[in-house]
Design a protein around this ligand. Structure first.
Ligand code: ZN
Length: 333
């Protein structure tokens, strides 16, 4: 039997009426690469979970993981005791094995649609609609989770890490959510300091979900992901689907939490990094180091224990060419 992923990549999306698995769980294909499972009527469930991957089409390890989860659910190997929406984000780019077709989709959420929108902008707007509907239909009072799974185009000194979207003004970062990530094998968390145009920021703000962008290793083509160990993440997600929502109260001592100290602005085409643009994520930066020069102006590291993340000198002027992060010694409230 061919998988939902294979059918999707082959362009065989059949959007039909919902049907039931032999176990009684409901299935509905919502859109190309978007499939929803719901527990059998009468089964008590406490959480609504969105598991997305492939927002960047060359990041295949999480796509393979999600494909396996869908297959396990369809085969009855995992019982559905939570509402779950699986999303293959950028199907057009997945077909090409490329990060994107026209533009980076993870910078295109929370915007106003326009008639001139290209493939990624239209897809982002559709995904927003699907997650809004999914969470709304679940109703109030249940835990809402969204894990947007990625692999990094960069090398990284820390293989797995999560980006925690900035909460609404009246909310704070949750220790329990960070502790849950640790159960999934993600022991490093970067707290966002600004609003953002990512998928996880959208669901965090607009759907009131506990949302994370999760980086799980480095990006490789399909079938070449053996070096990435996703067993803890797989077990955690299998648990969630089966209705097991752990409630750890304390963040384990080994978990590292960082916050953004500053963005590295690229103001003009004169911008030059003093470091290699391929520098690994989380590389330490010494105080006093000239990190970049732009129009004769130096950008100097002033923070102690600083590290760099997402260095990219090739972004268009006006965007950030990287972030300086520092340890967060306690969760801001
Ligand atoms: Zn990505």
């Amino acid at each position: 039997m061919t998988s939902f992923l294979h059918e999707t990549l082959a362009g065989n999306t059949a959007i039909a009426l919902p049907y039931c698995l032999p176990s009684g769980a409901g299935v509905q294909v919502m859109d190309e690469g978007v499939i929803r499972f719901e527990p059998q009527e009468g089964v008590k469930h406490t959480c609504d979970v969105v598991i997305s991957c492939g927002v960047h089409g060359n990041e295949t390890a999480p796509v393979e993981l999600v494909e396996q989860l869908i297959e396990q659910v369809c085969a009855g190997a995992i019982k559905v005791r939570a509402r779950v929406l699986f999303i293959f984000g950028n199907v057009a780019a997945l077909r090409l094995g490329q990060r994107f077709v026209e533009e980076d989709m993870n910078r295109l959420f929370s915007r106003t649609p326009d008639v001139e929108d290209g493939v990624e902008k239209r897809r982002a707007a559709m995904l927003e609609m699907h997650v809004m509907r999914f969470f709304q239909a679940g109703g109030e009072g249940r835990s809402r989770l969204h894990y947007d799974l990625h692999t990094a185009i960069h090398g990284s000194l820390i293989e797995k890490f999560a980006i925690y979207p900035l909460p609404k003004p009246n909310k704070s970062f949750s220790a329990m959510e960070i502790a849950r990530l640790s159960l999934a094998g993600v022991d490093t968390v970067l707290l966002q300091s600004t609003t953002s145009s990512t998928f996880s920021f959208f669901t965090s703000r607009q759907c009131d979900a506990a949302s994370f962008t999760i980086e799980l290793g480095s990006a490789r083509p399909f079938g070449q992901n053996k070096g990435i160990d996703l067993s803890k993440m797989a077990a955690y997600l299998q648990g969630l689907i089966q209705g097991v929502l752990p409630e750890p109260e304390l963040v384990p001592a080994h978990v590292q939490i960082f916050r953004v100290s500053r963005e590295i602005p690229k103001k003009s085409t004169d911008f030059k990094f003093a470091i290699d643009g391929k520098t690994d994520n989380f590389t330490p930066l010494p105080v006093g180091m000239v990190l970049a020069v732009d129009q004769g102006e130096s950008f100097v590291v002033t923070e102690s224990d600083a590290r760099i993340i997402f260095p990219n000198p090739d972004v268009p002027p006006g965007q950030r060419a990287g972030l300086i992060i520092v340890p967060a010694h306690h969760l801001p409230t």
